[in-house]
Design a binder for this molecule. Structure first.
Ligand code: ASP
Length: 352
């Protein structure tokens, strides 16, 4: 190679290398940690929870009790929202919020679970990741303090979606989850509720809903989240329905019925007559109406609840979409619910 040829090759090489270097330093390609964080902060986060739908009459609830419900909801809302604010995942947020409500005897989940006709507590729970469509659920568990965390373990540490009864409890043990004495779930209020229902059933005093209020009947808890990475997540946990037959499984742990999340559409958690929610496949219905019919979140959520109502079922749901829109329709007179608005304010509502 001649001297001039060598120089030309060298020149071209240097110019090319500079171009590549310039490309690497272009603003899109190079981000310092601060810039990255700023971008993360600009992402929308959104969070909503429920503590059950039902006939919740202002005049039947004492101010003290209302205050307790509000503070229980606020506690859960805050815990989940803070996780999202700090850049945590939607899954962590929904699990944390639901755990708090499971530990609160006011709600029909975990500690405050209702009794079956046999006087036992049998709990159901499910969690779903909208990014991967992975899901985990447990049903009819009797000795798990926080069923939602076991549901998450099923999702993350097993190849299954749902485990029930003894199998779920054996899986819990293998995974280091401490089993509690079933007595842990005893609350006098829920026990008295069961006795009232049983006594009335014996005397043939009409159906269960005329004996105890829906407020006592429902009370499932749930949470939906949109995290900074744009991922949707949902968690639902319940003690089921008072005086249910042992072994009865409701909608909450059934993916697509009481619980569903898909990043392409929305995350949904339901509460109400589980049998109707299963038959309508409510949570998936909301997602499908958005995906295939192009409905807005609000329209889809309302349409799914209307369908439950048309069959004679009662209840409500909370739903969240990729833009952080929230819908909370219900066909009962109230639903314990909370969300964080676009300005970061905590909104807790009970009545219509
Ligand atoms: N949906 C629940 C169930 O049927 C009950 C509830 O929402 O409180 O198990």
């Amino acid at each position: 190679m001649s001297f001039w040829r060598c120089m030309l090759v060298l020149l071209l090489f240097t110019a090319g290398a500079q171009l590549i270097a310039a490309g690497k330093e272009s603003p899109e390609k190079k981000k310092g940690p601060e810039e990255g964080q700023m971008q993360v902060k600009a992402q929308t986060i959104a969070f909503a929870i429920h503590g059950g739908a039902g006939t919740i009459d202002r005049d039947k609830i004492t101010p003290d009790r209302e205050k307790k419900y509000r503070s229980g909801l606020e506690h859960a809302l805050k815990a989940g929202y803070e996780i999202l604010q700090q850049g945590g995942s939607g899954l962590d947020a929904v699990e944390a919020a639901v755990r708090i409500m499971e530990d609160d005897p006011l709600f029909n989940a975990g500690k405050g679970s209702v009794f079956t006709s046999a006087g036992t507590n049998e709990m159901d729970a499910a969690i779903m990741d909208g990014k991967t469509l992975k899901a985990g659920a447990v049903a009819s568990v009797k000795r798990i303090k926080n069923p939602i965390s076991l549901a998450r373990m099923v999702m993350e540490r097993s190849s299954h979606v749902m485990l029930d009864c003894a199998g779920a409890e054996a899986f819990a043990k293998e995974n280091g989850v401490e089993l509690v004495d079933p007595k842990y779930f005893f609350t006098q209020e829920r026990w008295d509720e069961l006795q009232r229902v049983k006594a009335a059933a014996k005397n043939r005093q009409g159906d269960i809903k005329s004996i105890i209020t829906d407020q006592e009947l429902y009370g499932t808890v749930g949470a939906v989240a949109l995290d900074r990475k744009g991922n949707l997540a949902v968690a639902t946990s319940t003690g089921g329905t008072t005086n249910k037959l042992p072994g009865r499984i409701g909608d909450s742990p059934v993916i697509g019925a009481g619980t569903y999340a898909n990043n392409a559409t929305c995350a949904v958690s339901g509460t109400g007559d589980g049998e109707y929610f299963i038959r309508v496949a409510v949570a998936h219905e909301v997602s499908a109406l958005i995906q295939y019919k192009g409905m807005s979140l609000e329209e889809a959520a309302q349409a799914a609840i209307d369908k439950v109502g048309q069959l004679g079922g009662r209840g409500g749901l909370i739903a969240i979409d990729r833009r952080g829109e929230i819908a909370m329709p219900f066909n009962t007179s109230g639903m314990y619910r909370g969300h964080v608005d676009s300005e970061g304010r905590f909104i807790i509502e009970i009545y219509r």
